[in-house]
Design a protein around this ligand. Structure first.
Ligand SMILES: NC(=O)c1ccc[n+]([C@@H]2O[C@H](COP(=O)([O-])OP(=O)(O)OC[C@H]3O[C@@H](n4cnc5c(N)ncnc54)[C@H](OP(=O)(O)O)[C@@H]3O)[C@@H](O)[C@H]2O)c1
Length: 335
C-alpha cells in the first residue's frame, strides 16, 4: 500500500512516498476503507514543516475520505460501498469536549490518511455528505466541522444574525457557506481584492481588505449600524483579536479558533469585558456534531469550495501552494 511519510529531519522536502504493509481485514467493530481524498489544513502544514513535532515516519493528513471495502463483525452502521469521511477526534463520540490535545488526532499523534487504505474502528468515520466526491467529503473533517461548531453548535446562529469571518482560507469559506445557509449576513476580510470578489459571489455582503484597513474592526462595527456583529469566527489569534473585539456587539460571541498570527499575545481584556462578549475556545468537534453537519449538508445542496487539487505524490507542492497563501477555500489531495 502506498503512503506519504514524514522522515527526519522533518520538512516538505522529506515527504516521501513509501510502500507500507496492507492493513488487512477488519476485526470486530472495525471497517476497512479505501481512501481516495484528503484536504489540507493549517494544522497539517504545521506537522509537515516540523512546526508541530511528531514521531518520525508519521503518515500525515487529518482529513480522509473514501469507500468502505469491508466491515468487521458487529458493524451495522456501514456497508461495503458506502462513502465515508474521517473524524478529527476518533475517540470523541458525543457530549462536551474532554480532549484538549492532538495525541489521538490522525496525522499528528497517530498516523493520518495520506495512504491507500486503513482499518479503523467504525466509530472513527461518519457517512460522507451525499453526492460529494472524496476530496469534497474530506473538507468537512477539520475545516467544515470547526466552522459548523463555531457558528451553529456553540454560536446558536439564527437567520438575521451577523457574522464576521477573517481571511478566505478553508475554515472561513466553510463558515461563509454555513452562515448563508442559515440565513445570516456575512462580513469578511482578506488581503486580496480578488478573493473578496469571490467571497461576494458566495454571498458575503461586506468585504474589507485587512492590509489596507488596519482598523477593520471599527469598519465592520459601522457596517452593522453601530450594533456590532453577533459572531466572529476568529482564525487569526493574537494579531487580530483586538479588532475582532472591536467588531463584536455587546453580548456577542467570538469563537477563538486559529493561530494564523501566533500562539500568544496581548488581549485587551477591559474592552472584552465592556463588550460582555463570550470568548469561546474550540477545537473541531465530536462525531455526533459531524453527523448533524452531514445531515444539514444533505438537505442543503452546498458543495465545498476546493480551489485546487493535487495528486498524493505531489503533497509537498500542495503544501507549498498553501504556504503561498494563494488559495481560496480548500486545497484538495486526491488519489
Ligand atoms: N481550533 C480548531 O478547531 C481549528 C480548526 C481548523 C483550523 N484552525 C486554525 O484556523 C486557522 C485557519 O485555518 P485554515 O485551515 O482555514 O487555514 P488556511 O486554509 O491555510 O487559510 C489561511 C488564510 O488565512 C488568511 N489569513 C492569514 N493571515 C491572516 C490575518 N492576519 N488576518 C486575517 N486572515 C489571515 C489568509 O486569507 P487571505 O488570503 O484571504 O488574506 C490565508 O489564505 C489556523 O490558525 C488553523 O490552525 C483551528
Amino acid at each position: 500500500m502506498k503512503a506519504m511519510v514524514l522522515q527526519p529531519p522533518i520538512g516538505l522536502d522529506r515527504l516521501t512516498l513509501e510502500d507500507r504493509p496492507d492493513p488487512g481485514a477488519p476485526g470486530t467493530g472495525e471497517v476497512r476503507v479505501a481512501l481516495h481524498g484528503s484536504s489540507l489544513n493549517f494544522h497539517d502544514l504545521g506537522v509537515a514543516t516540523g512546526r508541530m513535532p511528531v514521531t518520525d515516519g508519521r503518515i500525515p493528513l487529518a482529513d480522509g475520505a473514501g469507500v468502505v471495502e469491508a466491515v468487521g463483525a458487529g458493524v451495522t452502521e456501514f456497508r461495503p460501498g458506502d462513502s465515508v469521511v474521517s473524524c478529527f477526534f476518533p475517540d470523541w463520540q458525543d457530549g462536551t469536549p474532554t480532549i484538549g490535545d492532538f495525541r489521538r488526532t490522525p496525522g499528528d499523534g497517530i498516523d493520518g490518511f495520506a495512504r491507500g487504505a486503513v482499518v479503523l474502528p467504525a466509530t472513527a468515520f461518519t457517512h460522507a455528505p451525499k453526492g460529494y466526491d472524496a476530496v469534497e467529503a474530506a473538507t468537512i473533517t477539520t475545516a467544515g466541522l470547526t466552522a459548523w461548531r463555531a457558528l451553529v453548535v456553540d454560536g446558536k446562529l439564527k437567520a438575521g444574525d451577523t457574522v464576521l469571518l477573517l481571511g478566505t482560507g478553508g475554515v472561513s469559506i466553510w463558515a461563509l457557506q454555513i452562515a448563508r445557509l442559515m440565513g445570516a449576513r456575512v462580513a469578511i476580510t482578506s488581503s486580496s481584492g480578488e478573493k473578496l470578489e469571490r467571497a461576494k459571489s458566495l454571498g458575503a455582503e461586506f468585504c474589507v481588505n485587512y492590509r489596507e484597513q488596519e482598523g477593520w474592526g471599527e469598519v465592520v462595527h459601522d457596517w452593522t449600524g453601530g450594533r456590532g456583529v453577533d459572531h466572529v469566527v476568529e482564525v487569526g489569534g493574537p494579531g487580530t483579536l483586538a479588532q475582532s473585539i472591536e467588531a463584536v456587539r455587546v453580548g456577542g460571541h467570538i469563537s477563538l479558533i486559529g493561530v494564523l498570527t501566533g500562539g500568544a499575545g496581548e488581549v485587551p481584556t477591559a474592552a472584552l469585558m465592556g463588550k460582555q462578549a463570550r470568548l469561546q475556545g474550540l477545537v473541531v468537534g465530536s462525531r455526533r456534531e459531524q453527523q448533524d453537519f452531514v445531515r444539514a449538508l444533505d438537505s442543503s445542496g452546498i458543495r465545498p469550495v476546493v480551489d485546487r487539487r493535487f495528486p498524493l505524490e505531489q503533497l509537498a507542492d500542495a503544501f507549498r501552494f498553501e504556504m503561498s497563501g494563494g488559495h481560496f477555500g480548500k486545497i484538495g489531495i486526491e488519489w
